[in-house]
Design a protein around this ligand. Structure first.
Ligand code: ARG
Length: 421
């Protein structure tokens, strides 16, 4: 092996592993090229044992038996496959829904929400399997390294981290050569450079290739989840989403567990071309990057939740909460899931969402999901007050001129001062 593929010895953070102390490594294993090469490379370069962990967060189309078999064949001591979908939905997606979580106005944070859970599971399994080090396949340019390493350093100061992709300086070509040399099967062939994909229950992202050319409109082959809106059915479809305390619990009147509800909503949205986001994003490590997202469930559930929240909250709550929503999304995007401020914000989200119960109807049609009906026992809404017909004593139209007089007082005074010369 050439010198530049050797293990790094200079460390810049307290949680980075000293190569002399790497004996058993918990590898976050996806079965893809990077982590398969890593599985062999760690054994060869560190002379260490490797235990693999593969986490199912609802990414479609994975064959976990194949991944496990591949890990064992490449020399893993064991390969744990964990189905964490339910925990992901309950502990990560439900709070995100309560916080209307979107970063940069369009990204519903599916990857950002998944990483702290994946890293927490890595800590749990590393401890159980007697590992001293955790390895992951993130590059040095992305947000995911921040989320994973911040989680490990927070939850398990005794564990160390290695991030081979960040230091081994192999490009795709060299990784493929390494794989060939070491009998590592390459999924999907070695010819075309694939998109960089990450996905789970809550959405899917694509990066790389033409996506890096900002002037290039999306090529159709990037959309593997959502139907192109122009190919979506010509007939609209109406759905009803029922919420209890801010969390969706029913689809078209049928009560469902959150995982299944999200999967079903995603399938309906995907069929109607809903949830395509073409987004420029400010990464936490300073880069600005373009992402193509397919988020059919989030593009339906979030606007429905927000609408219901608006209905049951007062004008003052509705003015205030988006500021906290934004802060919540930023913290989570930035890899600070375990920061106490997130818990503080969650306490507020939970309090407000106590009353976010009811049903929202939406119409899905060729790429759009539009709210068309709302109902809630807690709606701060009285049709007889809002009506254009005469209402009774509770709303006194004759009181309005007095209100306007005082409401506009300072603004009128200021206007006069500025316009009197
Ligand atoms: N830009 C998104 C984020 O930072 C998605 C990242 C996807 N990760 C990946 N390894 N492909 O959360």
């Amino acid at each position: 092996m050439s010198r530049e593929h050797e293990i790094p010895t200079a460390r810049s953070a307290s949680y980075e592993a000293d190569p002399a102390h790497v004996h058993r490594v918990l590898l976050l294993y996806s079965g893809g090229l990077d982590t398969s090469v890593m599985l062999k490379w760690i054994q060869d370069s560190y002379g260490a044992e490797v235990v693999c962990l593969t986490v199912n967060l609802g990414q479609p189309g994975e064959d976990y038996a194949v991944i496990e078999g591949k890990a064992l064949k490449l020399g893993a001591l064991e390969c744990h496959v964990v189905d964490a979908r339910e925990q992901f939905a309950r502990e990560y997606l439900a709070p995100a829904i309560k916080a209307n979580a979107l970063y940069g106005g369009g990204y519903p944070l599916f990857t950002a929400l998944g990483r702290p859970l994946i890293a927490k599971l890595a800590v749990d399994y590393a401890r159980d399997s007697g590992c001293d080090t955790i390895a992951h396949g993130c590059t040095g340019k992305g947000n995911d390294q921040v989320r994973i390493e911040a989680t490990i350093a927070t939850l398990a100061p005794e564990l160390k981290v290695i991030a081979p992709v960040r230091s081994w300086q192999m490009g795709r070509e060299e990784e493929i050569a390494y794989a060939r040399e070491h009998g590592i099967p390459i999924k999907g062939g070695a010819e075309a450079t694939p998109y960089s994909i990450d996905d789970n229950l809550w959405g899917r992202s694509s990066e790389g290739r033409w996506i890096e050319d900002l002037a290039q409109a999306p090529e159709d082959d990037v959309f593997q989840l959502v139907t192109r809106p122009e190919d979506a059915p010509d007939e609209p479809e109406q759905i009803a989403l029922g919420f209890e305390r801010g969390v969706p619990v029913a689809l078209n009147g049928e009560r469902l567990e959150l995982v299944e509800l999200i999967e079903r909503v995603a399938a309906i949205g995907a069929r109607h071309g809903v949830g395509i986001v073409d987004h420029i994003e400010d990464r936490i490590v300073g880069l600005k990057v373009r992402d193509i997202y397919e988020v059919p469930a989030a593009a339906i559930v979030l606007p429905a939740h927000q609408e219901l929240e608006h209905l049951v909250c007062t004008i003052h709550q509705n003015q205030f909460k988006p500021q906290l929503d934004r802060q919540w999304a930023y913290l989570v995007y930035a890899g600070l899931w375990w920061e106490p401020l997130r818990g503080d914000l969650d306490a507020y989200m939970d309090e407000v969402n106590e009353r976010v119960t009811g049903t929202i109807g939406l119409k899905l049609y060729k790429g759009h999901a539009r709210v068309i009906t709302r109902s809630s026992p807690h709606a701060v809404y009285d049709a007889s007050l809002a009506s254009f017909s005469q209402s009774g004593g509770l709303f006194s139209q004759s009181a309005s001129p007095g209100f306007i007089e005082l409401w506009s007082l300072q603004s009128r005074m200021a206007w006069r001062l500025r316009n009197s010369e």
